[in-house]
Design a protein around this ligand. Structure first.
Ligand SMILES: [Zn+2]
Length: 347
C-alpha cells in the first residue's frame, strides 16, 4: 500500500509538471492527454511500477485533472506538488464494481485480500475505494451506492411535538449555544495538549534529521497530533448529532473565519475549535434527516441585535458576556441572545 501511495504521488507530480509545461506554452493539457504521455514513458522512467496496480496512477492523474478544472473555475488554489512526507493515499478502484469487499475483507488490486477492522455497514455497489494512511494506520474509504438511496434522502418529516426550531450560536469557549438554552462545551484539546506538543516538538528538533531516533520522536509527535484531532472530531460529532436529533429546523450563522483569523489572539483558539467544520457537520446531518437548515447572511448581526425587541446595538465588545438591551431592558447571556436571533421562525 505504501508503494501504491508512492506511485500515486509520482504520477500526480508528473501530471502536474506536464500541465505546467503546457501552461507555459499557453495550452490547456487535458488529463487524458497527460495520461497518454505518462503511460508512454512510465515503463522506462519508473520501471518499478509494473508490479503495481495502474489504477493508482490513473486515478491520481484524474485527480490532477479535477484540481486544475476547479482551479480554472476559481473553486480552489492551483494544485501543489505532493510531498513524500505529506498525506499519503491512493484510489485503488478502476471504476464502479472493481473492488470486492466480503465481510471483514477487501480485495485490493495487485495486493489481494486483506483484513479490515470492521465490516462494511452498507450494501450496494462499491463505486470508489481510497486507501490512506493516518498516523501509521491504514484506512479504506469505501463509497457505496446504496440500493435504497432514493428512500434515504428527503424522508418526510414526522410530526413530533418534542422537536422545535433551534438556533445555534457557535463560539470558542462554548462550542454551541442553542436557543432552547442548552449549551455544549468545547473540549479545546490543543490547549490541553499544548505542553505535551511543545515537549514532543522540542524532542524532535534535538534529534539528528532522519536518524532512527528522529523517526521515533516524530512518531511521538504525530501521536499527540492525532489524539488532538480525534478528541475534537468526537466532540463535534456528538454535539451535532444531539442537536440535530431534537430540532425540527435549524438556524446557523455564517462565520467570517478568514477575517477572524487576522485577529492574532483569537487565531489560535479559533483554529483549535475548528468551527467551520462543526457547522458543515450540522449542515449535512440536518440535510440527511430532511430538517430545513437556514444559514444567516454573513453580515447578519446576530450578537448585536436584541432578541426581544429587535434593537441593534452599535458597539458590542467581545468581552461583554451579557447582553443588555438599552431600549427594552432585556438582559440575557450574549451567546443565547445570538442563538435566539439565529433561530428560524416556524412557518
Ligand atoms: Zn431590546
Amino acid at each position: 500500500m505504501s508503494q501504491h501511495t508512492g506511485y500515486a504521488r509520482v504520477a500526480f507530480n508528473f501530471a502536474l509538471s506536464s500541465f505546467k509545461v503546457g501552461l507555459d506554452k499557453d495550452e490547456w493539457r487535458d488529463y487524458r492527454e497527460i495520461k497518454r504521455e505518462f503511460n508512454a514513458v512510465k515503463r522506462e522512467k519508473f520501471p518499478w511500477c509494473s508490479e503495481l496496480s495502474q489504477n493508482a496512477s490513473k486515478n491520481a492523474i484524474h485527480n490532477l485533472g479535477d484540481a486544475v478544472t476547479r482551479w480554472k473555475k476559481g473553486q480552489n488554489n492551483f494544485p501543489v506538488y505532493k510531498r513524500r512526507d505529506g498525506k499519503c493515499s491512493y484510489q485503488a478502484d478502476n471504476g464502479q464494481g472493481t473492488v470486492d469487499v466480503y465481510k471483514k475483507r477487501i480485495n485490493l488490486p495487485k495486493i489481494g485480500w486483506i483484513r479490515m477492522r470492521e465490516e462494511l455497514q452498507w450494501t450496494g455497489e462499491i463505486t470508489k475505494v481510497v486507501v490512506s494512511k493516518h498516523n501509521g494506520k491504514w484506512y479504506a474509504s469505501i463509497t457505496v451506492r446504496r440500493l435504497d438511496s432514493n428512500n434515504y434522502k428527503h424522508q418526510p418529516l414526522l410530526f413530533d411535538d418534542s422537536k422545535q426550531p433551534i438556533g445555534i450560536d457557535v463560539g470558542i469557549n462554548t462550542l454551541a449555544t442553542c436557543s432552547d438554552g442548552t449549551t455544549h462545551e468545547n473540549p479545546r484539546p490543543l490547549k490541553r495538549y499544548e505542553r505535551k506538543l511543545q515537549r514532543a516538538n522540542r524532542a524532535l528538533s534535538r534529534k539528528v534529521y532522519q536518524s532512527k531516533n528522529w523517526y521515533k520522536a516524530k512518531k511521538v509527535l504525530s501521536n499527540v497530533h492525532y489524539r488532538i484531532a480525534c478528541i475534537r472530531e468526537d466532540a463535534h460529532h456528538q454535539v451535532s448529532t444531539t442537536i440535530v436529533r431534537k430540532a425540527s429546523a435549524i438556524g446557523i450563522e455564517t462565520l467570517n473565519i478568514s477575517g477572524l483569523l487576522k485577529n492574532r489572539t483569537l487565531a489560535k483558539a479559533l483554529s483549535d475549535s475548528a468551527l467551520s467544520r462543526f457547522l458543515r457537520m450540522l449542515k449535512y446531518k440536518a440535510e440527511r434527516r430532511g430538517i430545513p437548515i437556514t444559514q444567516a447572511d454573513q453580515f447578519f448581526a446576530s450578537s448585536k441585535t436584541c432578541s426581544n425587541c429587535g434593537h441593534k446595538k452599535k458597539y458590542l465588545m467581545l468581552s461583554d458576556r451579557v447582553y443588555n438591551c438599552l431600549k427594552c431592558g432585556f438582559t440575557c447571556d450574549r451567546d443565547l441572545n445570538a442563538a435566539i436571533n439565529l433561530c428560524p421562525t416556524p412557518t
